[in-house]
Design a protein around this ligand. Structure first.
Ligand SMILES: NC(=O)c1ccc[n+]([C@@H]2O[C@H](COP(=O)([O-])OP(=O)(O)OC[C@H]3O[C@@H](n4cnc5c(N)ncnc54)[C@H](OP(=O)(O)O)[C@@H]3O)[C@@H](O)[C@H]2O)c1
Length: 308
């Protein structure tokens, strides 16, 4: 049973913010203790990033001092993550926003395309199909956020949600404006192109969902630890043989399908941006797996089998 003295420094200025004597807690309890001696009482634990290295990763809440490479006097660094917001609010604003915004264009609210087209509907069946697929995608995400994902953090920084809302809401409006526009023209190869895109879309959505279930099962016993995910009996998860983040591969596939279905340039641009963003995240997650697990399957790439 070892008691520690912990000095907490600001990650940027290296000024001492707090000195805790005789602690042997895990990080989240220590963060709780440190609120009292940090200069600002608004620094509740979820706002605090506590690190071993000023520019390193945050220590996990359940990490305990005994298992860290520190002596009985430890120096840790503190970074303020800014105000936090709970996940309920995050999913409501981020995902319900695009759903609602899309409908404003689909139902052609009077202020959208002018009074001549107010509340009219498109003569092209693919426009109805696109609305169903778009809504399905975001409803699925809402349901997954509530019932499937087991996040390791209970909150998200407020500034992230503002940035994400601009991204998701702005793009939803931009895509919906063009797809539901009175001058929209359906895809060049007609019904064959649409049928192919819908089948691809459904496969990718099922794949994405299967991966989310597999990741959630890794945390069935309430832990917050990241384990190596492996393929299961469900064929949609076999993509785990080849990539570290198949949920992103399927997500990009769903947006590519939506682009083929609508044959619309803004949808293609959004898909490209999603792909770039998810590739950056997937590479980061992939390198973390490789670094953390010596036995990590070497055939796996980050997001695209054998390529990327
Ligand atoms: N269209 C877009 O631009 C876009 C962008 C991002 C995401 N998305 C969609 O949103 C979904 C979720 O995104 P995300 O970035 O949160 O995905 P993610 O990082 O893969 O995480 C999904 C869930 O699985 C958990 N998890 C991940 N790896 C794990 C592991 N090795 N062991 C145990 N649990 C693990 C995560 O917990 P943690 O809390 O620990 O991370 C989280 O709860 C994506 O799959 C995608 O469908 C879309």
């Amino acid at each position: 049973f070892v008691l520690y003295q912990v000095e907490i420094l600001d990650w940027k200025t290296k000024q001492q913010l707090c000195f805790l004597d005789k602690v042997n807690d895990n990080i989240v309890e220590m963060a709780g203790d440190s609120i009292y001696c940090l200069a600002d009482p608004h620094w509740y634990p979820a706002r605090q990033s506590i690190r071993l290295d000023p520019k390193g990763k945050s220590l996990r809440d359940e990490e305990i001092l005994q298992h860290l490479p520190v002596g009985t006097t430890a120096t840790l660094y503190f970074k303020d993550l800014g105000p936090q917001i709970g996940w309920t609010m995050v999913f409501l604003t981020e995902y319900a926003g695009p759903l609602f915004i899309y409908f404003l264009f689909y139902f052609r609210m009077p202020f959208v395309y002018g009074l001549n087209d107010k509340l009219t509907s498109s003569p092209h069946p693919v426009v109805n199909l696109a609305c169903i697929c778009h809504s399905f995608h975001y409803i699925k995400r809402l349901i997954e956020t509530i019932f499937v994902h087991r996040f390791s953090h209970g909150t998200m920084p407020l500034r992230n949600i503002i940035k994400n809302c601009f991204y998701y809401w702005g793009f939803a409006a931009w895509l919906a404006y063009y797809i539901n526009h009175p001058l929209y023209t359906p895809p060049s190869y007609g019904q064959n192109q649409i049928n192919f895109a819908v089948i691809m879309f459904l496969i990718c959505e099922a794949g994405n969902f299967s991966i989310h279930i597999t990741l959630s099962d890794l945390r069935r016993h309430g832990s917050k630890i990241r384990k190596i995910p492996y393929p299961t009996k469900n064929p949609f998860t076999w993509l785990f043989f080849f990539v570290s983040c198949p949920n992103y591969t399927y997500e990009v596939g769903a947006w590519i399908s939506f682009t083929i279905m609508t044959q619309c340039v803004p949808v293609g641009l959004f898909t490209l941006l999603c792909f770039i963003q998810m590739t950056v995240w997937a590479k980061d997650k992939h390198y973390t797996y490789v670094r953390e697990f010596k036995d990590y399957p070497s055939i796996r790439m980050a997001i695209i089998p054998f390529l990327l």
